[in-house]
Design a protein around this ligand. Structure first.
Ligand code: SAM
Ligand code: SF4
Length: 333
């Protein structure tokens, strides 16, 4: 994949054109591998960036070469005012691609509106095809509502619709084949994601990790994986399809085959830090300076500073996992 020209270039000549924006640290679910059941300490209203502040950062970022934004969380639909934020986001000049990652539980009723704004790409997280296991993993009985969102997204015409499954040993790894079969009968892109060692302490264990090569071997019981050419929106996923399948399979391997050399992204956390690498704590605070009254030019300099902090790669190899602080819900997965 080529990296597009950007004024945000790091010390390793990688051009940053992609921001993942966490609009909230809060979530309506408690996925075992992401949040403790009792929840995490919540950021107060004052601690999180206002939508105005996020839009200002993104407006400046688009003048620096950011063309892609993914809205995530926590759960984006758990924050009030998301739809009017998305409307304003879609009218920012310079953004070529806006997408959304959601657990799907609260999404169905809003999808038509989101489509009308021009958003076409949505990722819905679903780690099991069993209603009962869904309840065990997430803590709520939301399986049917997720499927309502997936079906509705399909009927409306979202494309691609990606279903993200984090593969976790002893939790759902025995369902990999069922998810792969789903790609044969349905038009969805099933994405198998390696579990990263940043979950709650009581859940975390390196024995939970299942590398992509093991996931692929399981899938190959259904037939050979036929490579699909990546589009410029694919990011780090390796795409395949099974013979005769309506949908596709994608493998995301942040740990076993990390894609640091092609990394083109930074993450804006809900509390206003620009995190330069998912698996590192390095970040630049934007909220403090913004609230102290910095100009757009000074904000642009902070974005450049953050890009300059990006490490060449991370060290979270499966055998010696080093967990950064924070979970995916707070960092913005
Ligand atoms: N709440 C939304 C959702 O679940 O789609 C958006 C935020 S969630 C943090 C984004 C993605 O990160 C989800 O697909 C989730 O499964 C994934 N995720 C969370 N913790 C993870 C971990 N430790 N390793 C790998 N993926 C993780
Ligand atoms: Fe919430 Fe998404 Fe984390 Fe599950 S993975 S607890 S839905 S933020």
């Amino acid at each position: 994949m080529t990296q597009e020209f950007s004024k945000l270039v790091d010390g390793f000549q990688r051009h940053i054109n992609y921001f993942r924006v966490s609009v909230t640290d809060r979530c309506n679910l408690r996925c075992l591998y992401c949040m403790p059941r009792k929840g995490l300490p919540k950021l107060s209203h004052e601690e999180i960036l206002t939508y105005e502040e996020i839009l200002r950062i993104l407006r400046v970022a688009t003048t620096m070469g950011i063309t892609k934004v993914r809205v995530t969380g926590g759960e984006p639909f758990a924050r009030k005012g998301l739809l009017s934020f998305l409307e304003r986001l879609t009218s920012l000049p310079g953004l070529q691609d806006i997408s959304l990652t959601t657990n799907g539980v609260l999404a169905a009723q809003h999808l038509q509106h989101i489509w009308e704004m021009g958003i076409r790409r949505i990722n819905i997280s679903l780690d099991t095809l069993s209603r009962e296991r869904y309840r065990q993993i997430t803590g709520i009985d939301g399986f049917d509502r997720v499927w309502e969102s997936i079906d509705k997204a399909h009927t409306i015409g979202f494309d691609p619709i990606r279903i993200n499954m984090v593969v976790i040993a002893g939790l759902n790894d025995h369902e990999v084949l069922d998810f792969a079969r789903l790609s044969i009968t349905s038009p969805y892109q099933i994405r198998f994601i390696e579990y990263m060692p940043i979950g709650p302490a009581e859940f975390n264990a390196s024995s939970r990790f299942v590398p992509t090569n093991v996931i692929k071997e399981k899938v190959e019981a259904l037939g050979p994986l036929i490579p699909v050419n990546n589009s410029r929106f694919d990011g780090p996923a390796q795409r395949y399809r099974l013979e005769g399948a309506r949908g596709e399979l994608g493998f995301i391997s942040p740990i076993s085959e990390h894609f640091c050399g092609r990394c083109n992204r930074m993450r804006l956390t809900a509390d206003g830090k620009l995190r330069v690498c998912l698996l590192s704590d390095l970040s630049v605070d934007l909220k403090g300076p913004i609230r102290a009254g910095i100009s757009d030019a000074e904000l642009a300099n902070l974005l450049v500073e953050a890009a300059g902090l990006k490490p060449s790669g991370h060290t979270a190899l499966s055998s010696s996992i080093i967990a950064p602080s924070g979970t995916m819900s707070s960092i913005g997965g």
